[in-house]
Design a protein around this ligand. Structure first.
Ligand code: NAD
Length: 395
């Protein structure tokens, strides 16, 4: 079939298999162009491994360190008439490239929050991989079924204790408008913490420890975001910020559990990038469009792969510089004073009329389409493409 993007707001319901493969290849090429870090993990589990930061966290150890990788994700497989979700095609491409290099790379497609998927991962690790020395936890999900009670919790992106009105971008119309979001209820706050906090990360570590499949000295990392003050009501001080506080508390507990064998646990605060998760957050796409223009002008622009390459090479390799709260800061370039001062100034002036002049909205759009495999060089989008691509699934 001829596959074209079908987008509405922050959703694209199609994905291009060859384009996704080209996108994965770009990331592999980046990793190969960098010096190989000395102390790379050899057996890596990535939870949330198919897109965004999790995909990059699988690519770096595999193609920079020759690691075996097991990826867990929740993606839609293709049919003869309908494309798969992008993460499926990304994973198919990653596995094919890993196989070509003689590397182990298999995947589990299912609900990472469930006990069954954790048990499946442990069975596979015991049977085929040997002890895991690095666990990256990179889930972004709108809901979670509690594995004990069966209750379904939902996450939301809302301010707490205030109504938040801010500039926003209508990405379909390329217009700057305004969004007003009412304060979250207590139930919504608790739901977001349950879904996006650290409870499930800790359950994964507990299950791996109990099964004896974590190597001595293993490292685990989960990701967070802080960002500029203008987004704090919807991010850092909102429902998702509460979940990230919980993630940090979980990190401290996990560190305590791993320390006796020389293991480590970190929260890494990453830069704002265009992913399926971040494009759903109000206000953030406009901020990213302004930020990207300035960071590109300054030669500081990074996407997921550059950030995660830096994390493995500069932070997880031989000790790491942490901030006062004990976190890895990959957002150092985004948060530089001059960059933030520039963004704050542009934020005051930006309107629909000067959007393209003052921001990199075109870059944002291209980046968004690329998540689904569209707009990549060397891909013939007019040609028929077979939507069926296989992933080596652990059942
Ligand atoms: P993403 O949407 O690109 O990826 C989410 C991943 O989670 C996918 O692999 C998806 O398949 C998987 N997933 C979702 N629900 C699942 C489930 N129930 N079971 C198994 N897998 C499931 O997200 P992202 O933006 O890369 O975010 C990953 C982490 O990075 C999040 O913690 C996010 O807060 C953090 N982060 C993101 C940004 C950003 O700008 N995007 C910045 C800093 C930190």
């Amino acid at each position: 079939m001829i596959i074209v993007p079908k987008t509405r707001g922050f959703i694209c319901t199609t994905a291009h298999p060859d384009g996704c493969a080209a996108h994965v290849q770009e990331q592999i090429d980046h990793v190969r162009s960098r010096p190989q870090p000395g102390n790379m993990p050899k057996n890596v589990l990535v939870v949330g491994a198919s897109t965004g930061y999790g995909l990059a966290s699988r690519i770096v150890p595999a193609f920079s360190g020759g690691a075996s990788t097991l990826g867990v994700f929740f993606e839609k497989p293709p049919t003869e008439r309908k494309t798969a979700s992008a993460g499926w095609y990304n994973s198919a491409a990653l596995e094919a490239a890993a196989r070509a290099d003689g590397l182990y790379a298999r995947s589990i497609n299912g609900d990472a929050f469930s006990g069954e998927i954790k048990r499946r991962a442990i069975r596979e690790i015991s049977a085929s991989m040997g002890p895991i020395d690095c666990v990256v936890y990179s889930l972004a999900s709108p809901r979670r079924t509690d594995p004990q009670s069966g209750e379904v919790y939902r996450s939301c992106l809302k301010p707490i204790g205030q109504t938040y009105t801010q500039k926003n971008i209508n990405t379909d119309k390329a217009e700057v408008d305004e969004v007003t979001i009412e304060s979250a209820s207590d139930e919504e706050i608790a739901g977001t913490v349950k879904v996006m906090g650290g409870e499930d990360w800790e359950l994964w570590i507990d299950a791996l420890l109990e099964a004896g499949v974590l190597a001595d000295g293993a490292t685990s990392v989960a990701y967070s975001y802080i960002g500029p003050e203008l987004t704090w009501p919807i991010y850092k001080e909102g429902t998702i910020g509460r979940a990230k506080i919980h993630l940090e508390e979980s990190c401290a507990r996990i560190r305590g559990k791993l320390e006796s064998t020389g293991g480590r646990a970190f929260v890494s605060v990453n830069k704002a990038v265009v992913t399926q998760a971040s494009s759903a957050i109000p206000v953030v796409p406009l901020y990213i469009s302004i930020l990207f223009k300035k960071m590109k002008e300054e030669g500081l622009h990074e996407d997921c792969i550059e950030q995660i390459q830096r994390m493995f090479a500069d932070h997880l390799d031989n000790g790491t510089q942490l901030d006062d709260a004990g976190r890895i800061r990959l957002d150092d370039r985004e948060m530089r004073e001059d960059i933030q001062a520039h963004v704050a100034g542009v934020w005051q002036q930006i309107t629909s009329g000067n959007l393209r002049e003052l921001s990199d909205f075109e870059g944002y759009r291209k980046n968004f389409l690329k998540l689904f495999g569209f707009g990549l060089a060397g891909v013939d989008y007019d040609a028929e493409s077979d939507p069926l691509r296989s992933v080596d699934l652990v059942e």
